[in-house]
Write a new protein. Structure first.
Length: 254
């Protein structure tokens, strides 16, 4: 059984400490949450690395768009990637789209500048006309080991089915992270019913002040731990006790 991973978005060392105290497994460091997260200052990343022990990934995005312009803009991103990758981070968070197609040139440029650095392809994948075809392309880049995606649909079951189809398409080279409006209710449903084992949270980890709270993160952690225990019980149950359960994972839109 895969353990359930909780990734929390943070913008400061104080938030990172709270997330770790609450039981986060990994952090995503950003600035400018209002536009979906931009590249943080390097001193913020260094401060967080000095204060927490859990893995961190760092957003690499300099504008509120999924389009990465060639030339000076891409060169600046590549230079930022090199500075971040020189630190003991777990990886970068990056994505590039143009005209609803995966724009592979910026991804190739970044991976060439930081060989060996792992990359999460972020929610830019949701802007693509054909995410499944893009996943096949992303598999050509060994550095890309994760994709962060919301999943299609407005109800929990539709999102689960979409995420599961994408997870099957991405496996085994790439692990899916479910993110985008993941609150406690949705986390409870997905963690018990989906193939996805990694979850990315932002607002759900924050209290009324808008800051990450250890107690909020701990509530999310308990949901995942409970789901993990329930999954283990089902996997270890006698075969006869599973008779008659619906085939959960038959949808494959990819």
């Amino acid at each position: 059984m895969l353990s359930k991973i909780l990734e929390v978005i943070v913008t400061s060392a104080a938030e990172a400490i709270e997330a770790e105290r609450g039981g986060a497994d990994r952090l995503e460091i950003v600035r400018s949450l209002a536009v979906g997260g931009l590249t943080p200052a390097i001193h913020t990343v260094m401060d967080i690395l000095d204060r927490v022990a859990i893995p961190v990934r760092v957003m690499l995005r300099d504008a509120a768009t999924f389009v990465v312009e060639k030339g000076p803009d891409l060169a600046l991103l590549a230079a930022a990637a090199e500075r971040m990758a020189a630190l003991p981070i777990d990886g970068l968070v990056f994505g590039s789209v143009r005209d609803r197609e995966l724009d592979a040139e910026p991804l190739r440029e970044i991976t060439e500048h930081v060989p060996g650095c792992r990359i999460t392809f972020h929610r830019a994948i949701e802007a693509l006309a054909d995410p499944c075809a893009a996943i096949e392309c992303l598999k050509r880049y060994p550095a890309v080991d994760r994709i962060l995606v919301r999943g299609e649909g407005n109800d929990p079951a539709s999102r689960r089915d979409s995420l599961d189809a994408l997870a099957r398409k991405a496996a085994p080279e790439i692990q899916l992270i479910a993110g985008g409006g993941v609150d406690m209710r949705l986390l409870t449903f997905l963690s018990a019913a989906s193939l996805v084992s990694e979850y990315h949270v932002g607002s759900a980890a924050r209290d009324a002040s808008g800051l990450v709270s250890a107690s909020q993160v701990a509530d999310l952690r308990r949901i995942l731990d409970t789901a993990g225990a329930s999954t283990e019980l089902r996997e270890n149950a006698p075969q006869s006790s599973l008779f008659g359960l619906p085939e959960k994972f038959s949808n494959d839109s990819c």
